[in-house]
Design a protein around this ligand. Sequence first.
Ligand code: ACM
Ligand code: ZN
Length: 694
Amino acid sequence: MKNVKFFLIIVLALVVCIGKVGAQINNITPAPVRFIGGACNKNYCTPASPFDYSQLTKLYIEGGDSVDAERIEAAIKAVGFDLKRTKRPSKSGDIRVYINPDSMSFDEGYALVTAENCVLITARTSAGAFYAIQTMRQLIESGEWLTGAIADYPRFDYRGILIDISRHHRSVEFLKRQIDMMARLKMNRLHLHLTDAAGWRIEVESYPRLTEYAAWRKGATWKEWWSRDNRDYAEMGSEGAYGGYLTKEDAKELVRYAADRYITIIPEIEMPGHSAEVVAAYPELACSHKPEQQEDLCIGKETTFEMMQAILDEIIEVFPSEYIHIGGDEATKKSWTECEDCQRRMREEGLESVDELQSYMIHRIEEYLNARGRQIIGWDEILEGGLAPNATVMSWRGEEGGRAAAAAGHKVVMSPHAYCYIDAPQDAPPTQPEAIGGYLPLEKVYSYDPTPKDMPEEVSQYILGVQGNLWAEFIPTDEHYEMMLWPRAIAIAEVGWSQPNEKEYAHFRSRATDIVERMMKEGYHPFDLKSEIGERPESLQPIKHLARGKAVTYNLPSRYYAPQYGAAGDATLTDGLRGTWTYADGRWQGFLGRGGVDVTIDMGEVTHIESISADFMQYCGPGVFMPCLVEIAISEDGEHYTKIANIEHEVVVEDVPSFKSFGWSGSAEARYIRYKAHRSKFSGFLFIDEVVVK
Ligand code: ACM
Ligand code: ZN
């Protein structure tokens, strides 16, 4: 106890010194709450000096239990110290770890003090001590370890990543490698998306067809399989069967491995939607008994509950997490309206809608899990039809669901699509492998704030934290997976840990660049930030051109541009603003009709012009295609037009997005310019951002 008091006095003295001496420390990620350079006492602080860690020879641990001690020792070994444990603190050259529940109020907080010849770590829990060691590791790796003190604690309790192993199965080794990196960044939740149409990935002894059949599909890549009319499954071991699953032993090993690094694995068992593989393996769970016609479970049948409960019994035996994720998202709810069993359930339970029917199921599952000491967490659709009383919500479609749940006193994990869906390309989409669409660079992920200043305290108090989601539809390999995950998961780590006043993007980016470099040396495959192009260059500055601000007439009848992609309305094509990498940015205008684009620009007076051009984008996945023909005509009077360009283009389906300019250059006099872009044989959108006239 004497030592603890001694330690606390030092920390107190350091805190008193804040403001007197400051030393910038550059290489701790997530950014810590406070670093004070130098050795301090009550009255003064000496400047920070480099710390010589080679003198550390002993390890003293006080407090905690034997598991804590083993984890601490292993963590210190992982930093590169092979230290002898001592029963007493030695006079010099040691690392002293004090786990003391009275030392601070933050469960995962720590203080790390490096005096001249020893390192003192104090924390309320062993998790905090583990995080102090991660900080130490980063200081050593960056060669920046100075004498001084770091006081640190997380902003949020929940700092998570979702890894989807349904769409493409991943090995235990792969998952361990990601856990290692997460732990180094002080993340503490790994949400495993274990079940979805593309494959069931966890052994369940009572329902063996889930792993004998539903875990295997005909189609190595999700895309190949998904694009088939018949998305069929396969018997394990049959020719061309692709997939796999975690055995219970695999999962237990992962749970242990993660727990040793203070990461809780949260298993997700999807219900009642996203369950096509379950229905395929056990057709009696489909409303129609025709599994190929539905991906939702039948809620009318008791067999559905028997099965889900039996599965959950086995899941909770393997995963000790407080939370069991039960999915709840994107059920089609179609078959329930025609199913006798579902309709009977609705009558008997007085349920007025299919939303209420889903809510009935979630309530029942919650009761079942609560009775076994667990809590449910589900996607924000579980709000529809009435939220189960103790449910925690993972808000993905935006923040609205999360805010509404929090306002009603439910806990929430924020994971809004626009900031946290790291399955979108992270750099200029034409330079990236095929992805789900959109564009989500590191900076945007980093800018996310789960509890912004405008969020009322009665809401923000329920926000547990943040999670980045890596869905794997387009990610078949480990290398690709790591590239999508890192460095954006580093940004999620800092969003979850660091205080808003410690966040600064330029500083973060420089730290993230160093981490990426280190990861590459260690054999990881992160996206190399040094090669980042960033936002579409054309969109960065407004463009000056002759047609800017001029009136545009849309020549086609009603609904010439799609209402949801109207951008700035009739002003869009001459507002001087070029589109970004994404079509939903309010700058690209989307045309869905057969006629394509047909507009006339009135220059106001006859004008000398030398070029006319407009850009289009192609994203085949979401149905955005290039035009097959562009025609440009000019006129002085608005009645008699001369065609000056007829540009044909062969539209071909490609995996990666592309951007292309269609234009004319020459010399002409005109007041009116008619620009027509024809849709190709592919039905979908044409997107155009500006008609540039020079
Ligand atoms: C989700 O992205 N459907 C949760
Ligand atoms: Zn039914």
